[in-house]
Design a protein around this ligand. Structure first.
Ligand SMILES: Nc1ncnc2c1ncn2[C@@H]1O[C@H](COP(=O)(O)OP(=O)(O)OP(=O)(O)O)[C@@H](O)[C@H]1O
Ligand SMILES: [Mg+2]
Length: 307
């Protein structure tokens, strides 16, 4: 008989969770399952419900309905056990800027009741990983924005959690610092840590194993970034035209219905759908501008939002 295969248990499950503030719906309903070691991205515009979702999953906000389990514990009835298994990097920094990096982490380790030698050992390895060891005794106010964000993440992983929540870890950072943070996240993922993050940077979300697009408190689309992009088509043809309705009708018969954004039309096109070279040559005379490019997650987002 072949050996029985066991499906790994998800490290986080949420079923039908929702949250209202008075008459305002912050999260309408959310279902989520994260595998151990997964990097999962929550995307969506301001007010979509990303932070509220992260706060419910991490015991900070009590959902009105639904169930959540993290690392084998029930978030509603066993919050203390859950907190020992998770780390949280807030949307706004949680560091004391008058204290040094070392003091911030020491205080954090003491809050987790970690043993002193263990705290110091973890602080050292975190600060070395995040390239902050040399700056450990300077006040946090002296560090750059990128260094402070790295320190926020170090604070979130100091007690070696199984799941790390990061609310917009790279917002406001320049491209080099954002890349450095992603590099750290990748290293953390390789240690087996499960990461759930929110971001507004869709090009970065390409690094996630799976992403979910939120709008008005719901997930309106989700999947593996590569698969979502592939499902859209091989190319996006974007034209800026003086006659969008006419071009939508004429081209639509071969290319399918476009997305219309004022005078711009976007067609998701497969390579075998038309002679794209001839199409471009014919159109160039008629339109203000024309672009044929590979689709990316921004296009997936556009199609999900304007079906
Ligand atoms: N404590 C609160 N009291 C009242 N309303 C709230 C509270 N927290 C969030 N909301 C509302 O819930 C909705 C979702 O907010 P949330 O912060 O979860 O969005 P978000 O996706 O994180 O947005 P952003 O990208 O701007 O951070 C918004 O309409 C917000 O105003
Ligand atoms: Mg938010």
């Amino acid at each position: 008989m072949p050996p029985a295969t066991t499906t790994p248990q998800p490290v986080l499950t949420a079923h039908g969770i929702s949250k209202r503030y008075g008459s305002r719906v912050a999260v309408e309903t959310l279902d989520l399952e994260l595998a151990e070691g997964e990097l999962y991205g929550l995307l969506g515009p301001n007010g979509a419900g990303k932070t509220t979702s992260i706060h419910m999953l991490s015991t900070l906000v009590r959902p009105d309905r639904g169930t959540i389990r993290v690392a084998g514990y029930d978030v509603l009835s066993q919050p203390v056990q859950v907190r020992a298994q998770i780390g949280l990097v807030f949307q706004d920094s949680a560091l004391d800027r008058t204290l040094s990096a070392w003091e911030n982490l020491l205080f954090c380790g003491q809050l987790y009741n970690m043993e002193s030698a263990h705290i110091k050992q973890n602080i050292r390895s975190c600060l070395q990983l995040f390239k902050l060891w040399e700056r450990r005794h300077e006040p946090v106010a002296n560090l750059s924005g990128g260094m402070r964000r790295a320190l926020d993440i170090a604070r979130g992983v100091l007690h070696r959690p199984r799941v790390l929540f990061l609310d917009e870890p790279t917002t406001g950072l320049d491209v080099l610092n954002r890349r450095a943070i992603w590099n750290f996240l990748e290293q953390l993922r390789q240690t087996g840590l499960t990461l759930l993050l929110s971001t507004h940077y869709l090009e970065e979300a390409r690094n996630c194993n799976r992403v979910a697009f939120m709008r008005e408190g719901r997930i309106i689309g989700s999947g593996e970034p590569g698969a979502l992009i592939h499902a859209l088509g091989d190319h996006v043809l974007e034209i800026d035209t003086p006659t969008p309705a006419e071009h939508a009708r004429r081209l639509g018969s071969t290319l399918g219905t476009p997305i219309r954004l004022d005078n711009r039309l976007l067609f998701a096109v497969r390579s075998d759908q038309a002679d794209l070279g001839a199409l471009q040559r014919n159109l160039r005379e008629e339109v203000h501008s024309l672009q044929l490019r590979r689709p990316d997650l921004n296009d997936v987002y556009t199609w999900i939002n304007c079906p």
